[in-house]
Design a protein around this ligand. Sequence first.
Ligand code: AMP
Ligand code: MG
Length: 482
Amino acid sequence: MTIGWYFNNTYSKLSETFKENIKPVPVTNPDLVILNKTLASELDLDFSKINKEELSKIFSGNLLPPGSNSIAQAYAGHQFGHFTMLGDGRAVLIGEHTTRSNKKYDIQFKGSGKTAFSRNGDGRAALGPMLREYIISEAMHALRIPSTRSLAVAKTGENIQREKLLQGAILTRIASSHIRVGTFQYIAARQKEDELMTLLDYTIDRHYPEIKDSNNKPLDLINLLIERQCNLVVNWMRVGFIHGVMNTDNMAISGETIDYGPCAFMDTYDPKTVFSSIDQTGRYAYCNQPVITKWNLARFAECLIPLINKDQEKAIKIATESINSFEKIYEEKWMNMMRDKLGLFGLDDKDKFLILDLLTWMHEKKADYTNTFCHLMNIDLKKVELYNDKDFINWKKRWEDRLLKNNGTLEKSIELMRNNNPLFIPRNHKVEEALEAAEQNDLKPFNKILEVLEKPYDKQEEKEDYQYPSISDEKYQTFCGT
Ligand code: AMP
Ligand code: MG
């Protein structure tokens, strides 16, 4: 029976420095919870003829597909600003699968047992957080934001010890690669130029072949990453996504969102929003995400200094210039994104005031970020009294005048807005509700939220309760590394 795996593993062929050869640790009683059939077919994989018992073995790592060559990858990272040696402590990359259209994807198990990089961890993951990553990563993809994807979750049949005993599970994660800023930090810390060159060439070959013949590959790579990461963080800001743990090991060189730990979506607009219980200082708050992106990019540039120019001072100067271009690039992309959210065509001197005044109003009035834009798109909502506020009405008049500039029409503006403003985001209490039921073997709410989030920009009948934040005043908190 052919599933259609076509492995062409390249990372595992790199020297021992980069990885540990290791197999997933077999589990006692594998039980498939969910398989993403849509994603499977995008990957040219066909699981339809495989029975559940076999699927459970496959997605728990008990039965490795032919052609896989599993490894744990080495990396380092700045965690909340502090440099640490890390690596896949609870994940194994089983191989790189190539689709018929020649796209290459890492197939990784997360929660698959101890590796050389596990430190004090048990190498395992709990069912709730793995299903949470499944929901949010798939939601991000549907929101048209680059992201790792989730192919499957299987329970291990083993309990794991956290604050209490929890059901163990393994997530099958798909990524265009798992090379991180932290991978470069790990290699750079070893101070062997040939290893750094190997990683640079590998990365360019895999992600940025357009610069493989350039005169200064490391510098071009820095500039490309600045561009990609700016695009990514602007997209996060667009939908109110808060990553929560933007350590350098959680920033992918591909420009995909990676590592859905304590992330969550903002309801009420407040730039200082933080959900993660361990982010005491608000380092990774909503409004800090661009600042941190730049900080992480600077750490990336530092790694490449020895390859940019033999003269270290010169190399630092060149790299610094690139990093300092961040603000201008970000600002322009952010302004354009906000113009799209507001349906504005062309540029106008006063756009920035118009945008900032709306955000200030939303902050002051504790307005829901997503639903304010829905209101502007004339989507029917409950609780619209807030928008009868006189300041909002005055702002709206200014906005309506601006809409008609540059040959704009209301129809064209609404269309632009509908493509950029989601009606549905993963509302925190709905995510929790789905996870709680799934822990009790009831997958109905889990499947329902997945269905809603598949089409975040579309009106959906009888799904209204997914459009609103929780009515509870209790602050939503998320947890890391569980
Ligand atoms: P994260 O916060 O998920 O980005 O993880 C940071 C580091 O901790 C990575 O090196 C992970 O592999 C490692 N890690 C997280 N949870 C565990 C665990 N249960 N066992 C071993 N390593 C872990
Ligand atoms: Mg991580």
